[in-house]
Design a protein around this ligand. Structure first.
Ligand code: IPE
Ligand code: MG
Length: 247
């Protein structure tokens, strides 16, 4: 079957509205080749770009969230964290116009106050530049943690209650999500993690309540279009009952 036939067939089935990706294995990819870890991260950035182009170009999902840096990743050696943030800044400055022209809308979720000022301003410029686009909504989870996001909602609820704007009986799941930094981001339908690890690692905890999980054996730099198609085909083979029993 040709590549375009593969894509056409895929589009005949149900596609996930929101795909979340834990991009893992950059370091191992590099180590297996005797290369510095940074080279793995560089190739990882290319893999991310490839996926954004494919998902957006073929409209394979409406929302794509990439886990670029977790709150725990700050504990890595400072040189590695700097390299990761530097790669992101470079990526934004080099690719922003192309991505914007391709209809990508970018936004960042995470503890932005921990980020270097220059990166923050590059990110907010990218958010502003792309805010009217609607081909693919790309969420970059950066300095992000699912527990942090829930904690932010609790803080917001306490503040609102103190101000007399929220009563206990008004608090439901909808209100909680509305107070989270991920408010407005839909539930994850398909959560992909690469490099064979089978963990959620504090990613989109709230939004992944009923996500289908797909674990790809390949390290992130090797995650190409064919791998994404495999993940989507697997997703299409799943029965989703959302806890309501089989239909
Ligand atoms: C993922 O690759 C990149 C980020 C966490 C940002 P890793 O750096 O975790 O690679 P491994 O797990 O050491 O192979
Ligand atoms: Mg890892």
């Amino acid at each position: 079957m040709s590549w375009s036939d593969v894509l056409e067939q895929l589009k005949d089935g149900p596609l996930p509205h929101h795909v979340g990706v834990v991009m893992d294995g950059n370091g191992r990819w590099a180590e297996q080749r005797g290369l510095p870890r940074g080279e793995g991260h560089r190739r990882g950035a290319e893999a991310a770009e490839r996926l954004i182009r494919l998902a957006g170009g073929e409209k394979l999902c409406a929302h794509l969230t990439l886990f670029a840096l977790s709150t725990e990743n700050w504990d890595r050696p400072p040189s590695e964290v700097e390299l990761l943030l530097g790669l992101l800044e470079e990526f934004i400055s080099r690719k922003l116009e192309e991505l914007a022209d391709a209809g990508v809308r970018l936004d960042v979720i995470g503890q932005q106050d921990r980020l270097p000022l220059r990166l923050r301003s590059a990110l907010s410029k990218a958010e502003q530049r792309t805010q009217d686009n609607d081909t693919l909504h790309l969420h970059v989870a950066l300095s992000f943690g699912g527990r942090w996001a829930v904690t932010e909602a609790v803080r917001g609820a306490v503040r609102a209650a103190r101000a007399g704007e929220l009563r206990e009986e008004q608090v439901d799941e909808h209100v909680v999500h509305g107070l989270m930094p991920t408010a407005g981001i839909p539930d994850v339908d398909l959560l992909i993690r690469t490099a064979g690890e089978q963990r959620i690692s504090n990613f989109l905890l709230w939004e992944s309540a009923y996500a289908e999980f797909y674990f790809a054996p390949v390290p992130w730099p090797d995650f190409d279009g064919a791998e994404f198609v495999k993940a989507l085909e697997t997703y299409q083979g799943r029965q989703r009952s959302f806890g309501k029993g089989s239909l």
